[in-house]
Design a protein around this ligand. Sequence first.
Ligand code: ZN
Ligand code: ZN
Length: 558
Amino acid sequence: MNSVYKLHTRLIKTGLHKDPVSVRQFLLACVPLVPESLPYARSVFDLIPNPDTFSWNTLIRAHSRASPSVALSLFYAMHRNGVSPDHFTFPFVLKACALLQRGQELHALILKLGLYTDIFVMNALIHMFGCCGLVNIALKVFDEIPRRDLVSWSSLITCFANNGFGHEALAVFREMQVTTSITPDEVTMVSLISTVSSLGALELGRWLRVFMYRNGFDLSVLLGTSLIDMFSRCGSIAEARAVFDEMPTRNAYTWTALINGLAVHGQSGEALRMFHEMKKSGLRPDCVTFIGVLLACSHGGLVEYGWQVFASIKNEYDMEPMPEHYGCMVDLLGRAGLLTEAYEFLVKMPIRPNSILWRTLLGACAYHGNLELAKQVKEKISALDPNHDGDYVLLSNIYGCSGRWAEKAGLRNLMKVQMIEKKPGCSLIEVDQMIHEFVAGDNLHSQSKEIREFLFSIIERLRVMGYVPDTSNVLFDIEEEEKEYNLNFHSEKLAVAFGLLNAGGRRTIKVMKNLRICQDCHSFMKLVSNIYDKDIIIRDRNRFHHFSKGICSCKDYW
Ligand code: ZN
Ligand code: ZN
């Protein structure tokens, strides 16, 4: 900021502050500086009698990141003043628009000004439409570009990826590989890795890894960390670990990605060991690291150590614990059955607990069957967030477990009246680089009949060995047989049956599920892993379950 004043003083002293060229130079010098210099730049700009396109561009550019709405209104002021925008103006205006998630009206103006041949403008348009969620228009703009460069392709890939079209994003990448000689850069790769990660598509992730090897990508901190996160989310903590070991340099994010990965995979001891290693290497854990560490304590049942870590956030690292850290503590206490302590902890916390924190406790009450406390907690949640479906489902399950079917039916009716629908369970499984989706009880899959028949044959086989479906988590108070029927078609059972049918020689079956796995599916998976001699990995809403030889990595504590 000081240098701006100095520069301006010198301009005034030398009388150059009225010379348009010098003023333009001065404005340009303000651009890369801190946001506080912007009003100053603006006041200098206001003194220019007839600012030209260059001066307007400079001012818009200066505002495009830090105050995008100002940048956009400057653009309109420029337009009103009869100064014509050019191909330098739009990339910055569009960047501001992207941040504001508006600006579709500029498209027509750009076409009118004949700027559709300018690659920078068109790439910025794709980015802007992507940020506005207008994927179709972004694709249309992409198709209209005569000679596309890496930024065009990357912008389209990111546009698809960020709007939930993961497969399309990967398809665009493949198309780029086949139809052009453009080599992707690190930014493109990171965007692809995070796409694969959100799809949970391990095979595709491996393919990207090989691609990076073959194309001579260095394992930079950014790429390595993204890969660790991706492999861990796709269910392969071993491959995440291999990438970590291979990386020449690591930063705090790298360690955090591995610690979190180990924690959700139930490798609590290893997660905590890495936490100590990280501290020893001189890196400072951040708030996300602590989420992983507390998660490890929670899944490992380490109450005492969890308290120590929680206290250290403030005492040792001088950070305020965030709601997520409180959530981990409630989870830790709840899992360990210390429900009263968890309740006290929430009541005494310095910020007002939100409904998510109370809901974590409600889940623990459901798990331990504590109806009295559950009712109290439900009241707290209702006061904060009356329309959430999960709580009704949980409370209704507690009533069900305690055999209070009448109250349970009442609650279900209340849900219907208030139009709160239960979210259907949904599981994803990847076979031969294709993702197959199963929704509880659905028969939409092309192999649906075969899968159901096979599933029944598995259940029969398990029954002979003494398996009895555990119906305590099923919602409705209906006839035992029908309840069992619903249970049989939970989405992860359908996915695993499909996986077994199409396993070929593979040892491991991996499934991703949107909800928490129920008691019955959990016992089912344990038995199947034993009888069919397969490893089954299920990522549910909270963690990974590795089923092998009849045991689960969570030690039946989730
Ligand atoms: Zn289930
Ligand atoms: Zn488990």
